[in-house]
Design a protein around this ligand. Structure first.
Ligand SMILES: Nc1ncnc2c1ncn2[C@@H]1O[C@H](COP(=O)(O)OP(=O)(O)OP(=O)(O)O)[C@@H](O)[C@H]1O
Ligand SMILES: [Mg+2]
Length: 264
């Protein structure tokens, strides 16, 4: 499989905090990879380095002909970034705007500033947005304000916005951490189906090992800024899970039960 992303010796420290110590991995075109690891392991930091929301200290991040770690010019960064979609735990929508306007924002990276500012989208883009909204079951809600949506609906808009970018790579940082179990399943199914359909590579940070096992074709386990596991889900043993999380399985399943109870 040809790679869409190649990360080599990525390092990001925050002062004395060694958030990401030495991380190397690749993602194939259209591949679905889950990153798991305890809180503070460096999962979000890795994703933020990939689309250069933060600047790494060292290493290279090759994506689609660019080294995301080394781009200096703002214009080049904008071009490189437009084919990297992002999905966040807190959705990051513009809440005073409609569903449709939020989805159209996915096209901003392709437009000049003026057209973007006055919302001068092409007919083709509008048609595309309607198709995607239809596909994710949000067609009826296009005029609703984003603030009026449920969490699951907000995340569907987040997915639609990311798909409008025609991404080659989709980065999802805890996409279901703020959702109840039934919305979580809808969102994971949508992320899975849409990326499979359009052959989009996807990296998803997850807290739930069982979700990672169900959807990903490969799992990367991070412990204190280092990769300790990088293999297919069937190879992820209980011992390995304990190593990744630095705690016993019993302790982990207790946390899981508490999460379930909190949602009940
Ligand atoms: N802006 C920042 N300034 C200083 N330290 C930071 C910053 N962002 C993250 N850190 C630290 O870097 C480490 C890695 O954080 P990161 O958010 O990447 O972890 P994570 O694996 O995503 O955790 P979680 O599962 O809780 O989301 C943590 O110790 C965190 O406190
Ligand atoms: Mg995080």
């Amino acid at each position: 499989m040809e790679n869409i992303l190649e990360i080599t010796h990525l390092k990001k420290h925050y002062g004395p905090n060694k958030a990401v110590e030495d991380v190397s991995f690749s993602v194939g075109k259209g591949e679905m990879v889950a990153i798991i690891g305890p809180s503070g392991a460096g999962k979000s930091t890795i994703l933020r380095c990939i689309n250069r929301m933060i600047e790494p200290n060292a290493g290279s991040i090759l994506f689609n002909g660019y080294d995301m770690a080394k781009i200096k010019k703002e214009k080049e960064l904008r071009t490189a970034r437009r084919q990297i979609g992002m999905i966040f735990q807190q959705f990051n929508l513009v809440y005073r705007l409609s569903v449709f306007q939020n989805v159209m924002h996915g096209r901003l990276g392709y437009m000049n500033t003026w057209n973007g500012m006055i919302g001068n989208y092409t007919e083709e883009d509008k048609k595309k947005a309607l198709e995607i909204l239809d596909r994710i079951g949000m067609r009826e809600m296009i005029y609703k304000r984003a603030s009026e949506l449920s969490g699951g609906q907000k995340q569907r808009v987040g997915i639609a916005r990311a798909l409008m970018q025609d991404p080659l790579l989709l980065l999802c940082d805890e996409p279901i951490a703020s959702l109840d179990p039934s919305s979580s399943k809808i969102i994971m199914d949508l992320i899975y189906q849409m990326t499979r359909e359009k052959n989009i590579a996807c990296i998803v940070n997850l807290h739930q090992v069982d979700v990672a096992m169900r959807y990903a074709s490969r799992i990367i386990g991070i412990h204190k800024g280092i990769i300790v596991f990088n293999d297919e889900p069937s190879k992820l043993t209980d011992n390995m899970i304990e190593l990744i999380y630095g705690t016993s399985i019993d302790q982990l399943s207790m946390n899981r039960n508490q999460e379930v109870m909190a949602h009940a």
